[in-house]
Design a protein around this ligand. Sequence first.
Ligand code: 4AD
Ligand code: MG
Length: 469
Amino acid sequence: MIRKQRTKIKDVLASEKPVDSITVMGWVRTKRDSKDFSFVELNDGSTPKNIQIIAEGSLKNYEEVKKLTTGASVKVVGALVESPASGQKFEIKAKEIEIFCFADPMEYPLQKKGIPFEKLREVAHLRPRTNTFAAMARVRHHVAMAIHKFFDDRGFVYVHTPIITGSDCEGAGEMFRVSTLDPENLPKTKEGKVDYSKDFFGKPTYLTVSGQLDGEMFALAVGDIYTFGPTFRAENSNTSRHASEFWMIEPEMAFYDLEDLMDLEEEFVRYIIQYCFDHCMDDLEFFDKWIEKGLIDALKHVLESKFARVTYEEATKILEGAEKSGKTKFEVKPGWDVEMGAEHERYLTEKHFKVPIILHNFPKEFKAFYMYQNDDGKTLQGTDVLVPRIGEITGGSVREHRLDKLKALIEEKNLDMKQYEWYLDTRKFGSVPHAGFGLGFERLVMFLTGMKNIRDIIPFPRTPGNAEF
Ligand code: 4AD
Ligand code: MG
């Protein structure tokens, strides 16, 4: 058993005093040779920090140790001693170094430091070995834990909604088809159309774009629920904030109105930031130092400020005013009848309000069929949370719980009523006011780390034209 011998480097570095004999295992980050000894910087992924190993010429396999290069894996048994070097409390004086595996420097693609992220995407199977991607993985983990804790502490029930579905939640037709039919030999109906009754589920099915509709069914029975799972979008958006497969957190709450919803969205974002400060500050410090200078101060600012709550109409006026006064120029001219894009969202949150904002009451043309309709006949009670550097991180709404109004909007949007019959049942039997939102996990982690591209904040990105590894 080797597991029991090992101390993780995170715990080694947290030691209060020197230790006579300790065992660490990990991957060589760098090695420098002196006259008759070598310094090895070792990392095991438990922390962004390395431990320095002193390998003296007296080691019985020193000739082999001298051949270690970046990426090689070793086990080191030695004494934890105070380090004379500045910037580190301890180092390990090796008594024994066992080499698990070399990493041929002629072939190992991560030999050099500072490889651009675009290049690292081509070796996404090895990039977890870099500081940035290991930190990314740890932050994702802590954020996931924070999400569960936030909802659990508030009595929410975690509901597992299906990944394969027959319903288009957003009504936008951006779904990946799930089928076992042979594309070379499709069964046809008499009318010459594809006969989906012969398909695996006996009907057309897709990968879900959102668990919301199923989530609502449970909220209208157990009160407060949330989902947290993968979602899929076949939209051909090649941007730094769109992925074809991403994770979404979707809380859904019975007996909530617009204000309750906005309060929860704000409390949630703030909670996650605080949780990361408490659980992975060393990784945030890494991102602050190497990826986005001033990151931690910016997150502290968000923690301390109230989010601005702005209607779409007010926001439009601000954007139009900014353009008129020459403060800025947008690629797409803003207006009530123009759907806001990232440039508008970012202007509002970064330049105008300088805090996250909750944009609400959208023109009904821009939002989905399930949103609560205001009496003005023009707007829906949707909410988007916009944050600096990213723009939209959550999309939510009060749900239309009035059967007649809901049906009318489904018709207005030319959607297939039959597809939603089961959904409409909740509006027939004991319907209640309720609300929910969906938060893009990757966008949230981009916001927390300062990473600029969604392809670098998910382990193996799926984007149009790319499904490697
Ligand atoms: O705004 P969206 O489309 O809302 C929904 O799907 C609702 N059904 C959610 C709900 O109310 N339960 O998506 C929600 C969030 C967005 O704000 C964004 O953060 C993220 O999901 N998102 C994406 N993230 C990465 N890549 C994409 N292609 C994304 N599309 C949406
Ligand atoms: Mg949205």
